[in-house]
Design a protein around this ligand. Structure first.
Ligand SMILES: *[C@@H]1O[C@H](CO)[C@@H](O)[C@H](O)[C@H]1NC(C)=O
Ligand SMILES: *[C@@H]1O[C@H](CO)[C@@H](O)[C@H](O)[C@H]1NC(C)=O
Ligand SMILES: *[C@@H]1O[C@H](CO)[C@@H](O)[C@H](O)[C@H]1NC(C)=O
Ligand SMILES: *[C@@H]1O[C@H](CO)[C@@H](O)[C@H](O)[C@H]1NC(C)=O
Length: 637
């Protein structure tokens, strides 16, 4: 059956009382809505892939299309493994890091992750690695090493990451450098690696080795000369980034005919690309919205063909981006609300519910009067979260009592906001979902206005000279101030406000300008469509290098607008050019300090250094933001 014929079944299904259909997931989570589905195409070797889950293991309680939780994923993987066992094929689970930071379930506890580590470990992941978010804060890296690495003892791989033991000061590999193992059913011989992109902003208790250096090391050179059936490279790396291309080239140079599969992440998009006819790479989105599925079929094992005939070895690949949605899970397993949840899955759903309750994540700080979008509206716009920051939040919270009469520019990087704000309750959970970071506001006093005013343009439109100077000064790429969804280069880091009509969740709506609106109960509002078409819910309409048929659920598209790296609030600065102040305080979120100092050098402020930077207000930006919500938005939703 093609998905077109399934539409009919599913639309009939959708007409039934949906509330009855979803029993797992978190209580109060938005009920899933049926969509026309594309099936999984199984091969001999199959993978499920999560990446950049950022603490969303409780699922998206306010978005019906992603409202399943980690317990449901455990049930889902269990059923698919069983199916693989019955067919005599293999299924492996992969996770490529950034499991932490970005959701109350991880961030709201003290210490952070009090519930997360035990919830996450319940899934049986076969190959797992580290993301940059495990490494920004030294205590996070410590916990990763103390908990997740041993929880996944022989599954955890750290090909280019070392840890510095706090007791001995000794530098040791974060985990094993690579893993060689055989699959359960077909004994497919696999050599697997686990990489992190060339990350520079880690705390000082880890060491990230640039990938181009790691691949010259003897252990790597030896590993790629082993002759497995398949190489599996997982990494917290975008699938179009240079790091993966370098690894691919190194492995391929030694193994002309061996299949190589890549699992990537970091850039928060759904993507897939073939580097050549025997290789395939998939990236599986962000925030536990997506479970990536990849299959490899054909001559998986060298023994499938005689050694003389190696040149004839042929493999094929398939990919599917599965929405984290119970109805989809039922569809792909052929089960229903009563037969789907396993005891183990239910237990984990209960663990999550307990954690969420103890953390009081539903505590309401205030009521958002409307939706505020990151990229579904342009910047500036009355529904842009960044316009809200610029016009409402920053002028109120960027206030130092002793210097409140001094005009100032307050700069905030757009990557500091991680998610949309939906109309309705802005809860404790929302706080961390929108702003998980511990950054605060710093400033440089009394900067000549003529110098300070140029900084924002350099940050937003960092040209090649600025970038080259950054490389020389050891300052990371300016695009890392922006949102991950724009890092991979398909949506430019140097941004204008043009509508960008390509890729990922961002394809321009074909059905007019109306974005998905969340009503008070968090249900997605459907597009009005002609009676002949099925009703489609807005969601991912992915365009990857393979085509536009990757998503499991058929959605209508969501608008996407490019946004700049940074936005700026001008506080106490007159509009009239003749009345501009001589000097201003240059206030900024501390995450962007390296770029601010670099930009000052370029705009004529050569003499500024770290020692000129001072704290502007007490508290993290996250606290300032939730304080603002409490003060300005009533709690009566
Ligand atoms: C990391 O930096 C902190 C604070 O500057 C210092 O106390 C600590 O000794 C450093 N650790 C290592 C392993 O260098
Ligand atoms: C679920 O499937 C089982 C087994 O096929 C069937 O007995 C049961 O009636 C179904 N339940 C629902 C709610 O459809
Ligand atoms: C689920 O939890 C119950 C109660 O704590 C426990 O007895 C049972 O062993 C657990 N089952 C699984 C599969 O984890
Ligand atoms: C950079 O930010 C400023 C201030 O927020 C904004 O007005 C400007 O349009 C941005 N520049 C670009 C190139 O996006």
């Amino acid at each position: 059956m093609t998905w077109k014929t399934r539409i009919i079944n599913n639309v009939i299904l959708a007409a039934g009382p949906l509330a009855r259909l979803a029993r797992a997931a978190q209580q109060g989570a938005a009920k899933p809505v049926a969509a026309p589905m594309r099936d999984l195409v199984w091969g001999k070797l199959n993978f499920l892939h999560t990446t950049d889950t950022h603490g969303w293991h409780g699922g998206h309680l306010k978005e019906s299309q992603y409202s399943a939780d980690w317990g449901d994923y455990i049930s889902f993987a269990h059923h698919l493994r069983k199916e693989a066992d019955e067919k005599g094929i293999d299924l492996l689970l992969v996770d490529t890091g950034d499991r932490v930071e970005g959701n109350g379930l991880y961030d709201a506890s003290d210490p952070k992750g009090k519930y997360y580590y035990d919830i996450y470990r319940e899934q049986d992941v076969d190959i797992i690695c580290t993301g940059n978010h495990e490494l920004y804060q030294a205590p996070t890296a410590d916990e990763e090493h103390r908990q997740t690495v041993p929880n996944f003892r022989n599954k955890y791989i750290a090909s280019n990451l070392d840890y510095i033991d706090p007791s001995t000061g000794e530098r040791v590999p974060m985990a094993q450098r690579y893993r060689r193992f055989q699959t359960k059913n077909q004994k497919v011989d696999i050599v697997a690696f686990g990489f992190l992109f060339d990350f520079m902003m880690n705390a000082n208790n880890t060491v990230v080795q640039p990938v181009r250096e790691t691949i010259k090391e003897q252990w790597f050179q030896d590993a790629i000369r082993q002759k497995p059936d398949v190489f599996v490279v997982i990494g917290h790396v975008g699938v179009r980034m240079q790091e993966f291309k370098d690894i691919f080239a190194a492995i391929r140079a030694q193994n002309w005919f061996t299949p190589i599969v890549f699992f990537g992440g970091h850039v928060h998009i759904r993507d897939a690309i073939a580097y050549d006819s025997k290789s395939f790479a998939i990236a599986s989105g962000r925030y536990f919205e997506t479970i990536g599925f990849m299959s490899v079929d054909g001559n998986i094992k060298k023994s499938d063909i005689s050694s003389e005939a190696e040149t004839t070895r042929s493999v094929s690949f398939s990919r599917r981006y599965i929405d984290n949605n119970l109805l989809g899970f039922y569809h792909h397993t052929g089960l229903n609300e009563s037969s789907f949840p396993t005891e183990h899955g239910r237990n984990v759903t209960a663990m999550i519910a307990k954690g969420r309750k103890e953390l009081d994540l539903d505590y309401n700080y205030g009521c958002a009067p409307k939706d505020y979008w990151m990229t579904r509206r342009p910047y500036p716009d009355e529904n842009s979260v960044y316009t809200w920051l610029e016009k409402e939040v920053l002028p109120d919270v960027a206030v130092n009592e002793e210097r409140k009469d001094i005009p100032r520019l307050a700069i905030f990087n757009t990557g500091g906001i991680r998610f949309d704000i939906f109309k309705g309750a802005f809860t404790k959970d929302t706080t961390y979902i929108v702003s998980p970071f511990t950054s605060g506001l710093k400033y440089i006093p009394d900067v000549p206005y003529s110098v300070a005013r140029k900084v924002i343009t350099l940050l937003n439109r960092s040209g090649p000279i600025f970038q080259a100077a950054g490389v020389e000064a050891g300052v990371p790429d300016p695009r890392y101030m922006g949102i991950p969804e724009q890092w991979d280069g398909r949506r430019g880091a140097v941004v204008d406000r043009d509508h960008f009509s390509q890729a990922g969740a961002g394809a321009k709506s074909q059905h007019g300008q109306k974005p998905l609106l969340m009503d008070g109960n968090g249900h997605g509002q459907e597009h009005p469509q002609s009676p002949k078409e099925p009703h489609l819910i807005e969601g991912y309409t992915t365009q990857d290098a393979i085509g536009d048929d990757g998503d499991d659920a058929v959605h209508s598209a969501i608008d996407y607008y490019n946004i700049p790296n940074c936005v700026q609030a001008e506080i106490g600065i007159p509009k009239d050019e003749d009345e501009k102040p001589e000097t201003v305080d240059l206030v900024f979120i501390d995450f962007i300090q390296p770029w601010i100092l670099l930009a000052l050098r370029f705009s004529g402020g050569e003499s500024y250094s770290k020692s000129d930077v001072k704290q502007y207000v007490e508290g993290t930006f996250t606290e300032l933001m939730s304080g603002w919500v409490k003060k300005n938005w009533g709690v009566d939703c």
